[in-house]
Design a protein around this ligand. Structure first.
Ligand SMILES: Nc1ncnc2c1ncn2[C@@H]1O[C@H](COP(=O)(O)OP(=O)(O)O)[C@@H](O)[C@H]1O
Ligand SMILES: [Mg+2]
Length: 598
């Protein structure tokens, strides 16, 4: 009984749908009562309250405080009879669940009436709410903010299969919470857990090093090489990498040539693929160098008799595809006599030049010289995509990080989109195998998701993410989207996220955008977001018992911030700037980052 009186804070005044207005007692002893040695805070937004109804307890969450919470019908009265009401304090709460016996369930089957007493929620109550979590399928990511001694648990199954979004301003603690979530999952020591992190800035290499294998472009010292074979790209994405406009007929011409090359190389590689189903989009190797060479040769041919294909002139330079050297023929005469240009030529030389440039560009090595997935001139490869997928998804480490920091920004969306497409399609078509998504679910973490998921954009990355968001749960592929600009995210994708973790968010446009993805009655809590501490957030949705304000743990190996710190870097002396600038220029001209290479 004593306990009851200590925890009582007010009584129900009015009920509108799921929202209850509560008038706080005039004589609450303190705003921070201590009960059983634990300090509580009365009426904090996001804190819980309890309404005992005989054999059941209703639980609610505080969503509004102060004059905004005064019931409409009383507002007039307050103005008229200010003196008697001026000390009255109000809170609004939203009912979120009920407890019968020891069991807590979301949603309510009964409602309180006016005059019912409202109580603080103590640790003992919260233990009941959170105690229902199955320890094997849930992780602890921090503390419930209202009471430090309480674990914040998240259900892994719901988190993964129903997708999740982590949103918050820069510096609000998103990367840290991702690392905490992933570390907690990895710590479960599941035998075949798999998580793929698409990491545009290489932030997670250190913080998750205990559990992860890192793939990175062009940095074999710290990581395994990341390759994305160009021949796995859908045809349009491959063409997008090269500059230069193509006419529709030239596009079709090249598409035809790529299809032919893929069919030929399916033979060379003895692939078990129905030849008739092969298209330019099929993930089948072909030699791009050879294709370039053949197309280029055709453009350059000259003839001693006009229109006679058998009268090819003598070659001045014997080119070769491997080194990207063009064949050269007798120059065509300017005056209208022999030799003649090839009158079948397509006018592709500018485009082909840009292809050659990209093929030689060291930044694109991961794409055009993908290790043992590089085809020879017949399209024959030593390693195929199954080996690549095995190394990404099938090895011991529960977490694989694809560090995309070395990828040129102009192709970032193409590449990240292609990565997602390759992985998703493989798991989709592999449904019946033991490594398909259904038998071995996959969690894909997308950092800086706004970069490749802009609303209204029809890029391969946004299409891939949309597909996974819509149908991934059926095929065992879950998304964890991380972004500081939720307002730029495609709304349909955001609404597919069953769990929303909202950290501090200063921009009102962003807050407005995520409101729609949050349960109606809790929307007023979104106004709380600007005032959250670093690492603090609201978790709502399917993977938590009740929407909670949570302080995440801090990861011991903090994710490395992506930007150099001027105040620190400027403090250092540059020893030999002349030499450094000379190296810089050499690197630029050679298009390579390597210091030693000349
Ligand atoms: N839960 C936390 N407790 C304490 N410090 C934190 C917490 N979360 C993040 N931080 C710190 O705040 C800073 C920004 O965190 P970070 O995760 O990089 O934010 P974001 O990814 O949103 O930009 C880092 O220095 C980090 O160590
Ligand atoms: Mg970050």
């Amino acid at each position: 009984m004593l306990q009851n009186r200590q925890t009582e804070i007010g009584e129900v005044d009015s009920i509108t749908g799921n929202t209850i207005a509560v008038r706080l007692l005039d004589n609450i002893r303190s705003n921070m009562p201590i009960i059983d040695g634990v300090v509580y805070r009365v009426g904090q937004i996001g804190s819980f309250i309890k309404i005992p109804l005989g054999y059941a307890n209703l639980y609610g969450i505080v969503t509004q405080i102060g004059s905004a919470a005064i019931p409409e019908n009383l507002k007039e009265l307050v103005e008229k009879d200010y003196d008697s009401l001026k000390n009255a304090r109000w809170i609004n709460i939203t009912l979120v669940g009920e407890q019968v016996g020891k069991k807590f369930e979301r949603g309510v089957t009964q409602y309180p009436t006016t005059g019912d007493k409202v109580h603080l929620v103590t640790i003992r109550d919260l233990d009941i709410i959170y105690g229902g979590f199955d320890k094997d399928s849930s992780i602890n990511v921090g503390n419930i903010s209202v009471s430090e001694s309480l674990e914040a648990r998240v259900d892994i199954d719901k988190l993964i299969s129903r997708h999740c979004a982590i949103v918050g301003s820069t510096g609000s603690g998103k990367s840290n919470s991702v690392a905490i979530l992933l570390e907690a999952i990895a710590n479960k020591q599941f035998k075949s857990c798999r998580i793929l992190v698409i990491d545009p800035h290489g932030e997670y290499n250190e913080s998750l090093s205990k559990f992860s294998k890192v793939f990175k472009v062009d940095d074999a010292e710290v990581a395994t090489s990341l390759y994305v074979p160009y021949w796995a790209l859908p045809f349009n994405e491959l063409l997008n990498i090269f500059s230069g406009n193509l006419t529709d007929s030239n596009r079709e011409y090249i598409r035809q040539k790529v299809t032919e090359a893929k069919i030929k190389s399916a033979d060379a590689n003895e692939l078990e693929v129905d030849r008739a189903s092969i298209s330019a989009d099929s993930p089948i190797p072909f030699s791009l160098k050879q294709l370039w060479f053949d197309l280029d040769d055709f453009e350059r041919q000259t003839f001693s008799e006009r229109g006679n294909p058998d009268s090819l002139t003598e070659k001045l330079v014997n080119g070769n595809p491997e080194n990207l050297i063009s064949n050269e023929y007798q120059p065509a005469s300017a005056g209208g006599g022999a030799p003649f240009l090839n009158n079948q030529a397509k006018g592709l030389l500018t485009f082909l030049d840009s292809v050659r440039n990209k093929l030689k560009d060291a930044r694109y090595k991961f794409l055009f010289q993908p290790g043992d997935m590089s085809p020879n001139s017949d399209g024959l490869v030593e390693g195929d995509l199954d080996k690549m997928l095995l190394s990404w998804l099938g090895e011991e480490n529960p977490i694989t990080i694809l560090d995309l920091s070395g990828i040129p920004s102009e192709v970032m969306t193409s590449i990240s989109g292609t990565l997602l497409k390759i992985v998703y399609e493989a798991l989709f078509w592999g449904l019946e195998t033991k490594v398909g998504g259904k038998n071995q679910p996959l969690l894909i973490v997308l950092e800086e998701a706004h970069n490749y998921l802009r609303s209204g954009e029809n890029s391969i990355s946004s299409r891939s993410v949309q597909t996974i968001a819509k149908e991934g749960r059926k095929y065992g592929v879950g998304l964890l989207l991380v972004t500081q600009r939720p307002s730029e995210l495609d709304e349909t994708v955001l609404s597919q996220c069953g769990t929303m973790i909202a950290l501090r968010m200063n921009n009102s446009k962003d807050r407005g955008h995520i409101k729609s993805a949050i349960q109606d009655e809790l929307q007023s809590m979104v106004d709380l977001l600007p005032s959250l501490r670093t690492g603090e957030g609201l978790i709502s949705g399917e993977s938590v018992k009740i929407p909670s304000r949570v302080k995440f743990f801090k990861i011991s190996n903090a994710p490395r911030g992506s930007n150099p710190k001027a105040s620190k870097q400027w403090g250092m002396e540059i020893e030999n700037p002349q030499e450094e600038y000379a190296t810089l220029l050499r690197s630029w001209r050679n298009k390579t980052y390597k210091k030693s290479e000349l």
